[in-house]
Design a protein around this ligand. Structure first.
Ligand code: GLV
Length: 310
């Protein structure tokens, strides 16, 4: 059966992707939403916003690609079991995350949040800094992005650790796993980075109990999803000093409402979900590579485990 690929994304990106596919693999028919044609012939679909009745709309769908690294926007129960769901492992997403997290870790470690306040009141006063090798930095999540971030942090000589649902080994990183080791992991993190996928098990994981288990005055970086964080718990932990600062790229409700207290909090640095963004050319190459793998009967990269949800 012919490879028919449907793209439901921004028009500019969709047309650039179609050009890329047309140059490299003209045998693939690339359609752009809303010109879907005969939906029964569509075997590949890429989108971000889920379509409710995907099973009836696209009865012969084989692969559903996310345009991003996450798939939590999909309700997996509505996607037929035999459809492969694939995260986008785009090198630009990975590079962006490395840059963002290094910046965020340095912001907290070197107290640039404090210096921002000092500058506002013309206060020329240095603050003592703990050396990097005595600063414990922990990453929650050991997928492609978690590993890339740990690798990017290595040259700074931080004392690195990581936590994931299942056991892993990473060179130069102390690894923890499972809910039974979560407390001992966070009790050893001066800076905690959340890069977990959002699932029922990780929703609200950044909560008051977790903050209380961290060393007093530690810092938080959330580059996962807004729903990982209990926002009021963070505000409370910041006001009593249990957490000394946070760098947040995601929020529970995006865009964050103008009246939200995060905007003006002196100990929060906020960005509008830009830690890493899908590259146009690089993502086209990753998508096409996966389609060709599937056509050859090979395993695609980034296929999620439907049971785990990531
Ligand atoms: C962005 O958050 C993504 O999932 O790529």
């Amino acid at each position: 059966m012919k490879a028919v690929f449907l793209c439901k994304s921004g028009q500019e990106r969709a047309h650039l992707w179609r050009e890329h596919f047309g140059r490299a693999a003209p045998e693939i028919e690339f359609r752009i939403w809303p010109d879907v044609g005969d939906t029964g012939s569509i075997r590949y679909l890429v989108l971000w916003e889920p379509i409710d009745d995907i099973a009836t709309e696209f009865p012969n769908l084989e692969v559903l690609f996310s345009t991003g690294a996450g798939v939590d926007q999909f309700d997996l129960t509505k996607i037929p079991d035999d459809v492969r769901v694939v995260r986008l492992l785009d090198p630009m997403i990975i590079a962006g995350m490395r840059e963002y997290v290094c910046h965020a870790v340095l912001t907290l470690h070197r107290d640039f949040l404090g210096y921002r306040q000092s500058q506002a009141v013309a206060d020329w006063r240095p603050v003592e800094t703990r050396p990097a090798n005595e600063t414990r930095v922990g990453v929650m999540g050991l997928g492609t992005l978690g590993r890339a971030v740990l690798d990017a942090l290595q040259p700074f000589a931080y004392s690195l650790r990581a936590w994931s649902q299942s056991p892993h080994d990473v060179d130069g990183v102390q690894c923890f796993s499972g809910s039974e080791q979560l407390q001992s992991f966070v009790s050893d993190c001066d800076i905690l980075i959340c890069l977990l996928p959002l699932t029922a098990a990780t929703r609200g994981i950044l909560n008051r109990d977790l903050f209380d288990a961290m060393p007093r005055g530690s810092g938080l970086i959330n580059v996962g999803r807004g729903a990982h964080l209990v926002e009021d718990a963070l505000l409370a932990a910041l006001s009593d000093g249990q957490i000394s600062g946070a760098v947040l790229d995601v929020a529970g409700d995006e865009p964050l409402a103008p009246e939200h207290p995060f905007w003006r909090h002196p100990r929060i640095q906020l960005t509008p979900h830009i830690a890493s963004v899908t590259g146009t050319e690089s993502a086209a190459a990753v998508l096409l590579d996966n389609v060709l793998r599937h056509e050859r009967g090979e395993r695609m990269l980034g296929v999620i485990d439907r049971g785990l949800g990531y």
